[in-house]
Design a binder for this molecule. Structure first.
Ligand SMILES: Nc1ncnc2c1ncn2[C@@H]1O[C@H](COP(=O)(O)OP(=O)(O)OP(=O)(O)O)[C@@H](O)[C@H]1O
Length: 251
C-alpha cells in the first residue's frame, strides 16, 4: 500500500499548509508530521485521509487518485484515528472496537464470530481486556485513545493515519502505544506528533511543516537537527547524544 501526493497544495482559513508537495510513503515506512500548533498538521492529515479536498494536486492510494477510490474500498485500505474520540456515548468498549469491522461487512451483514474474535483480540492487545461491556464514555482519556487504536487494529488496514495518538497518555503509555503500533510491522504509519523525541525514536521519516506552505520531507537521520528544529518550532532547540540517539530539548 503506497500513499503518495503529487503537487499537493493544502490551505485553510486563507493560509497555506503545504504547496506542491510531492511525497511517497512507501509500504512499511513510518512517518511523523511535525510543526507548531496551528500550522496545519491535522488539516493535512485529513486531506491525506480523503476527508478534506485539496486546493491543488492529488493524493494517490496505490497510484489511484483517492477521490476516485470508493469510500468502502478506501476504508479497507486506510484507517484514521482522529484527534478527539467521537463515539456514541452509549456504546460499549466492545461495540466501539467492532466498528472497525464495518468496512468489511455489507450493509445487510451482521458481525460474524470472526469479527467478534478480532474485536476481542484488539481490545486485549491494547490492554483493555475486562472492560468490554463498559460504556466507552466512562473510560479515561488515555483508555479512550487505546480503544480508538483497538478499533483500528480490528479494521485490519495496511495504512494508518493517526492524529496525535499519544495525547492524553502518560510516559509509559506513550511508549506502550507506539511499541504496539510499530510492532504491527507490516503497517504503514503517518502520524502527527508533538514529541519530537518520540518521532526520532519511532519513525523512519518526517514531514516538517514550517508554515506559509513551506515543507520538506525525508528520512529522520537526514532531516532532524537542532538547527532545523529551532526553525521549525521558532524556539532555540539543542541536542545531546545519548545511547538511544540524539535527544532534543528547548533551551
Ligand atoms: N474549520 C475551520 N475554520 C477556520 N479555521 C480553521 C478551521 N479548522 C482549523 N482552522 C485553523 O487552521 C489552522 C490549522 O489547524 P490544524 O488543526 O490543522 O493545525 P495543527 O497543526 O494540527 O494544530 P495543533 O498542533 O494545535 O493540533 C489553525 O490556525 C486553526 O485555527
Amino acid at each position: 500500500m503506497t500513499l503518495a501526493t503529487r503537487k499537493l497544495s493544502v490551505s485553510i482559513a486563507g493560509r497555506d499548509v503545504c504547496r506542491d508537495l510531492d511525497l511517497t510513503v512507501e509500504p512499511g515506512s513510518r512517518w511523523s508530521i511535525l510543526g507548531v500548533n496551528g500550522v496545519g498538521k491535522t488539516t493535512l492529515l485529513s486531506t491525506l485521509a480523503g476527508l478534506r479536498p485539496a486546493q491543488g494536486g492529488e493524493v494517490l492510494l496505490d497510484g489511484r487518485p483517492l477521490d476516485e477510490t470508493p469510500a468502502r474500498d478506501r476504508a479497507q485500505r486506510l484507517g484514521l484515528m482522529a484527534q478527539e474520540d467521537r463515539d456514541d456515548p452509549e456504546a460499549t468498549v466492545r461495540e466501539v472496537a467492532l466498528l472497525g469491522r464495518l468496512p468489511h461487512l455489507a450493509w445487510w451483514q451482521a458481525e460474524t464470530g470472526r469479527d467478534e474474535a478480532l474485536a476481542r483480540y484488539a481490545i486485549e492487545a491494547v490492554g483493555l481486556a475486562g472492560l468490554e461491556e463498559r460504556r466507552a464514555a466512562t473510560l479515561s482519556g488515555g483508555e479512550r485513545r487505546r480503544l480508538a487504536l483497538a478499533a483500528l487494529l480490528a479494521q485490519e488496514v495496511p495504512l494508518l493515519l493517526l492524529d496525535e495518538p499519544t495525547s492524553h497518555l502518560d510516559m509509559h503509555q506513550q511508549i506502550a502505544l507506539l511499541d504496539l503500533l510499530v510492532g504491527w510491522s507490516e503497517r504503514t504509519l503517518v502520524m502527527t506528533l508533538h514529541e519530537v523525541n518520540l518521532a526520532a525514536r519511532y519513525c523512519s521519516h518526517v514531514l516538517l511543516l514550517f508554515g506559509d506552505g513551506q515543507c520538506c520531507a525525508g528520512p529522520v537521520a537526514d532531516m532532524l537537527s537542532a538547527e532545523v528544529l529551532t526553525r521549525l518550532y521558532r524556539h532555540p532547540v539543542a541536542a545531546i547524544d545519548t545511547p538511544h540517539g540524539s535527544h532534543y530539548f528547548p533551551v
